[in-house]
Design a protein around this ligand. Structure first.
Ligand code: ZN
Length: 49
């Protein structure tokens, strides 16, 4: 089962990325370093529900 998830910049709160994941393999919340066009740098992007 794959679940669509949204990644939100931890600094500016913009929702910059969407991705999918296998829910069984990834129980924890995702935190990824992604480029944020609004912050103009790589920031932490966290999964939101
Ligand atoms: Zn940002």
């Amino acid at each position: 089962m794959r679940e669509l998830i949204t990644l939100e910049c931890a600094i500016c709160k913009n929702r910059n990325y969407t991705t999918t994941r296998n829910k069984k393999k990834h129980q924890d919340k995702l935190v990824l370093s992604k480029y944020c066009a609004f912050c103009r740098k790589h920031t932490e992007h966290k999964e939101i529900k």
